[in-house]
Design a binder for this molecule. Sequence first.
Ligand code: NAD
Length: 249
Amino acid sequence: MLLKDKVAIITGGAGINGLGFATARLMALQGARVAVLDLARAEPGEAATQLGDGHLGVVTDVTDKASCEAAVAEVLKTFGRVDALINNAGITQPVKTLEITGADYDRILDVSLRGTLYMSQAVLPAMRTQQSGSIVCISSVSAQRGGGIFGGPHYSAAKAGVLGLARAMAREFGPENIRVNCIAPGLIGTDIIKGKLTEEKKAEIAETIPLARLGRADDIAGACVFLASELSAYCTGITLDVNGGMLIH
Ligand code: NAD
């Protein structure tokens, strides 16, 4: 098992069809004790129960620093350590540049970018004490190609910000054996696109992808397990493209 006795935190991990829950499930199968953090309405406790015994669900709003700190304190009280953080919580909005309001900008950037910072700040002291840890940040292909599939420009900006933040943290904490990497998923069939892309549009997009299909949540889960485990011990500051070849250049 790749994550035996490791403790992993996954933000936005309670959506049963989402990337976060798929990652939680695979990490649990690989021997990890998993803490699923999510908003109250997503019922993280229920999601943790579905993983089996010995996992934890904590209501957390990643845009609220005190909430992030309280969640990590609960994880440390329960499990005594934290080996991996998956910064997965994110929201999107399909609008064009001229339609983005200040409130939209705040909402989108706060969850992906501020949330990644606050959660990383919350786990780093414990990882520092351990002198080990792996932080995985979920960016998006839309950061690299300037959107064009689904999310608006503010979403691309938030996810590009995540790439910069992760690389800077990788430099800062590398000497303490704390690795920070990103995953840039392509288009994955989860609730985030539910009702927002027609089947026709999805088929059209699939035709442009070398692997000829949209991604599955498990495709991202595998990449998260790789980056959280010792298999990737010499990787930090990387962006792992998991997009079916959508961005070959
Ligand atoms: P999803 O909507 O199923 O999952 C997002 C989760 O984040 C939900 O469980 C939601 O409750 C949670 N969340 C939202 N705001 C939160 C907050 N303030 N605090 C804590 N949790 C919060 O979507 P998904 O497709 O599984 O997306 C997961 C991540 O992957 C997101 O960061 C998304 O931007 C990114 N991503 C998704 C795709 C895709 O095609 N699905 C592509 C690239 C990147």
